[in-house]
Design a protein around this ligand. Structure first.
Ligand SMILES: Cc1cc2nc3c(=O)[nH]c(=O)nc-3n(C[C@H](O)[C@H](O)[C@H](O)COP(=O)(O)O)c2cc1C
Length: 367
């Protein structure tokens, strides 16, 4: 069936504007998630996996298996119900910003099919924390799987310094109640002021202090860029360590680099971050380094360039307690998540692991 998606449906979908298709899939997902019957149909079609070998947890949150949806696919928590039936064990909703933020001018999403990649320049489109809070208050009780909520500073002009920080904290404070965990997105590569909290040690420390003042009551993760130096990653680990609510890191966000891409279009697209396999090596390197140096204290969610079960399994062995995909879902279709989980289960058994937890970090920290 994945063959039908890749050879027949995807070429048709790819005739249309990528952002329009993103909205279309969210719309269809919302419709299909509405009734028990449509959810049952999708479940029957996608055949989600239930296998004890895959059961795991992250920051104390139980997961049926380690595969979730990365931030950016379901920006406002509208399709959580159907993503469960498609076979995901958790969803990271967002990124939601404090104020409403229209994002960057269109076009701002492109496909690079030769690379199974996307170039993303959304620039944090969000209805804002108030609208999302109201929606989450109405809908979150019905979310059937754990949901992380990703928050960031709004990408609107003249929102820097203290005002920018306040904006992010407002989103954090208003939304954490509805999340199983909160991810603070400190690494969006497409914001107007290029102000990345993960790049600047003073800003990052101030952010930690101010989140601490809010007395977080949910596990908090920080999503980092794949472009950080080893020294900077060590500094981030050291600065984050004293805060007990800080449970780990999501590695990684999109990359600015076009290295290794073969699509002719790559050089025309000057702005935007690249997803997909071109990002994989950088994301894996950052994950391995952070897990090796911070695995005694933190947990990690691995994301970036997963295009096969080998990519996914590698991230677990490099230290990821859970993994996420975005671009792979678009390129391989809705049957792919369950296929990945079946293949992962077979690989774990082949390597003698009784449970996926035993495989976490074996290649870097010798667990
Ligand atoms: C269309 C799109 C929108 C995204 N939006 C966000 C976002 O709002 N917040 C965020 O933290 N990451 C966002 N990302 C980055 C992804 O969560 C992920 O880190 C990146 O795409 C690498 O994973 P992948 O190779 O599986 O796509 C977005 C990615 C894509 C493709």
């Amino acid at each position: 069936m994945s063959f039908i998606y890749e050879k027949i449906l995807k070429p048709v979908f790819f005739l249309f504007d990528p952002e329009a298709m993103h909205h279309f899939f969210n719309f269809v997902g919302r419709i299909l998630g509405k009734t028990g019957f449509t959810r049952w149909l999708v479940r029957g079609f996608c055949w989600p996996v239930a296998d004890e070998v895959l059961e795991t947890d992250i920051a104390g949150i139980k997961l049926a298996h380690p595969l979730g949806v990365g931030a950016g696919f379901d920006k406002e928590g509208r399709i959580v119900k159907i993503l469960k039936e498609v076979g995901f064990s958790f969803v990271e909703v967002g990124t939601v910003t404090g104020q409403m933020s229209p994002g960057n001018p269109r076009p701002r999403l492109w496909r690079l099919p030769l690379d199974n990649a996307l170039v993303v320049n959304y620039g944090l489109v969000s209805s804002g924390a108030d609208v999302c809070r109201q929606r989450f208050a109405e809908e979150s009780e019905e979310w059937p799987i754990p949901v992380g909520i990703s928050v960031a500073k709004s990408n609107v002009p003249n929102l820097s310094g203290e005002a920018g920080l306040e904006d992010l904290l407002m989103a954090f404070q208003k939304l954490q109640l509805y999340a199983n965990y909160v991810t603070v997105n400190v690494s969006c590569p497409n914001v107007g002021d290029d102000c990345l909290y993960c790049d600047d040690s003073n800003l990052y420390r101030e952010l930690l202090k101010r989140i601490n003042d809010l007395h977080p009551f949910k596990p908090v993760f920080f999503k980092l860029s794949p472009e950080l130096s080893e020294d900077r990653m060590l500094e981030i680990l050291r600065d984050t360590e004293p805060y007990p609510w800080a449970k780990g890191f999501v590695l990684t966000n999109l990359t600015h680099s076009r290295d290794g891409l073969i699509s002719p279009k790559k050089d025309e697209l000057k702005s935007g971050g690249v997803s997909g396999p071109g990002l994989r090596n950088k994301a894996d390197k950052a994950l391995a380094f952070m897990a090796k140096n911070g695995g005694y204290r933190f947990e990690f969610i691995g994301i970036g360039g997963i295009d096969s079960v080998d990519d996914l399994y590698r991230k677990i062995r490099l230290g990821a307690s859970a993994v996420q995909i975005v671009t792979g879902l678009i390129y391989h279709g809705p049957l792919w998540p369950s296929q990945l989980m079946r293949e992962l289960s077979a690989k774990l058994k082949e390597d003698g692991f009784k449970n996926v937890r035993e495989a976490i970090g074996v290649d870097v920290i010798g667990k």
